[in-house]
Write a protein of this length. Sequence first.
Length: 140
Amino acid sequence: MATFTIFYAKSLRYVPREAPESINPLDYNEVGPIEASCVGETFQLMNAVEGDELCCKMSVRSMSVGDVVVDESGQAHYCCAAGWGETEFVPVENPLRYLTSDGYSLTWTGLVWTNDDMTFEGDEQGPIDNFCNRVEGDLL
């Protein structure tokens, strides 16, 4: 058995179906380490079918396209529409920042606006709420 670290995409709305060359760590939340015999088994363990799989015990959603598994050597494996592809975590230099009118500081990852507590869809102009309205605030 080997230890694999699971990372779930913060938003599955815009993830590529095939492995990109690199991914931004700000787009992911670490779910935690799991024990498995291979990368493929991590998918089986992290998908709710019978209700007693590891993801159910961890109270997290099933693994999906866009999620990432990192093996013991540090290689990142991207969950593709069919199979796995290799990728790497590469932080974005000087990401855009946004200060909401409520005082929350958000960072643009290239896919979403996020901080440790919340995630918003949006674009480079700023975050958009669940009602498709621009969140009040200013780019920093």
